[in-house]
Design a protein around this ligand. Structure first.
Ligand SMILES: Cc1ncc(COP(=O)(O)O)c(C=O)c1O
Length: 489
């Protein structure tokens, strides 16, 4: 039989048929209420006698539970006053604190996240149901570690058609996001004696951390508006390099044609591997995206792709296309990592692609993000005219350099206080203070109607962070355009 307190301010459930003692259950319930913030710091608990009466317990059980939580630091009890929730414990209500960073800001310019509300639920459900009803019983056995054969066939055909790769199903490995693809490559490279994997600077910080966690060092190679500075690779001992040629993350440049050639030439001469992270190439708004580097040199390039930007990162679905010489080792690494990705999801994804739903979804969302980007760019031009936008019209973010002298961290702090979340470019750099103050502004998950008001308020914040200098009479300040400094690729 279940018993609850009737006091609305403290709902405690005890289960008398549970094998655990009532005291342990009471402790657990109170602890959880404090950890989740349901019982906030400083709030008073009922007197032990009252709570015991409410729950039909002996008072001693409540006193013991309170005593235990007091010794754990969850509660405080001064002589003669009520038992209260301790201040220190209340501050560890991590779920609530974390939620603020992800959902609670009025305007959140988080880069890298698509509009997850556009996830094509109905089409996906149809794909799930159709693929499951057609799956043989054998399909419910452990899948091949590299991925379900039919799914790799469909994916291979899609990549060759849409990204100009040179793929065959035998070289394709379905992974748990592109994060796993990079980790598998690291494992294989390490087994082949590679110690250094060069990465872009600025670049994706989590990827860099993952690579280091796999035991490789990560020389950082600078990036400019032509992409990776390939000549600097020469001065490293890197046996591989991770690049984002179609849309550098986060600078937004495209690897220039002569640098693409130089990179492949470097890889051939060094017998090194180029890892091409093609994370958001589906979204190019001003022209067709450049084709994958892998298509030019399938023996030198490992291609990494993901459903995270087009559909949702919640799928944890990515793919890795490897040079033939590495295919077997990567397959073994995948088997060692997790015995293969979920087969039913692969079948659903294959059906989704085969039926044209993936292409339709890309076309639809491309229009949505293009509109958002156009709105964002024109709002930044209007309200932050002294800033400089970098990168081509692509992807889900824009990099905005703030005028010199503005403190990036101060902008982020002040904006947070106004319910605006923005992300500094310094977090993507090897040396955070090394570049111009800049923000990486994501528009993927920002609703259209929020873009202009969000930018307007951000402009007020930037204005307040501007160092106040005495104006020189008769010398007007030079105003730079916020128009994107785009390369032609
Ligand atoms: C540069 C870059 N590569 C890859 C990814 C996708 O990673 P995953 O497929 O593991 O979700 C992201 C997502 O944030 C990214 O920014």
């Amino acid at each position: 039989m279940k018993r609850s307190t009737s006091a609305p301010e403290l709902l405690i459930h005890l289960n008398r048929s549970d094998r655990r003692s009532l005291r342990l259950q009471l402790e657990r319930e109170l602890r959880r209420a404090i950890q989740t913030g349901r019982l906030p710091s400083g709030s008073a608990l009922p007197a032990s006698r009252t709570l015991a009466d409410d729950l039909h317990l002996s008072r001693g059980v409540v006193v013991e539970a309170y005593e235990q939580l007091r010794s754990e630091g969850y509660l405080t009890a001064a002589a003669g006053s009520a038992t209260r929730v301790a201040a220190r414990r209340a501050t560890i209500s991590a779920p609530a604190a974390r939620a603020r960073t992800s959902i609670a800001y009025r305007y959140d310019f988080r880069p890298g996240l698509p509009d997850v509300s556009l996830f094509p639920r109905r089409a996906w459900l149809t794909a799930v149901s159709r693929s499951l009803s057609r799956a043989s019983s054998e399909a419910l056995d452990y899948p091949p570690p590299e991925g379900v054969e039919s799914a790799r066939e469909v994916l291979s055909e899609y990549l060759n058609r849409a990204r100009a790769t040179a793929s065959t199903p035998a070289r394709l490995v379905v992974c748990s996001g592109s994060a796993q693809a990079v980790s598998l490559l690291c494992r294989v490279l390490r087994d082949h004696g590679v110690r250094e994997l060069a990465v872009e600077d600025p670049g994706h910080t989590d990827q860099c951390t993952d690579i280091q966690a796999m035991g490789l060092s990560t020389p950082r190679i600078p990036v400019d508006n032509q992409g990776l500075s390939v000549d600097i690779l020469e001065s490293t001992r890197a046996g591989a390099v991770l690049v984002t040629p179609a849309h550098q993350y986060p600078m937004g440049s495209v690897l220039a044609p002569e640098r693409r050639a130089a990179l492949l030439e470097w890889a051939a001469r060094r017998r090194a591997l180029v890892i091409e992270d093609d994370y958001d190439a589906e979204y190019r708004y001003d022209r067709e995206p450049v084709g994958a580097l892998q298509g030019l040199a399938p023996d030198l390039v490992a291609y990494v792709g993901s459903a995270s930007k087009v559909l949702s990162p919640a799928l944890r679905l990515g793919w890795l296309l490897v040079p033939p010489a590495l295919a077997e080792a990567v397959g073994r690494a995948k088997a060692g990592a997790d015995r293969g990705s979920a087969a039913l999801e692969q079948l659903a994804f294959a059906d989704f692609v085969e039926r044209g739903s993936f292409d339709r979804h890309i076309r639809r969302t491309r229009r949505v993000y293009r509109r958002r980007r156009d709105l964002l760019v024109s709002a930044l031009e209007a309200h932050l005219p002294r800033s400089t936008l970098r990168g081509v019209a692509a992807g889900l973010h824009v990099l905005m350099e703030l005028e010199a002298g503005i403190d990036e961290a101060a902008v982020i702090r002040l904006a947070a206080g106004r319910d605006i979340r923005v992300y500094g470019a310094s977090a993507y750099r090897a040396t955070p203070a090394a570049g111009a103050p800049a923000l990486v502004l994501g528009y993927g998950n920002l609703q259209e109607e929020d873009i202009v008001p969000g930018v307007r308020q951000l402009a007020d914040v930037v204005d307040e962070c501007r160092p106040r200098r005495k104006q020189h009479r008769g010398r007007p300040e030079r105003v730079r355009s916020a128009r994107p400094a785009q390369s032609a690729h």
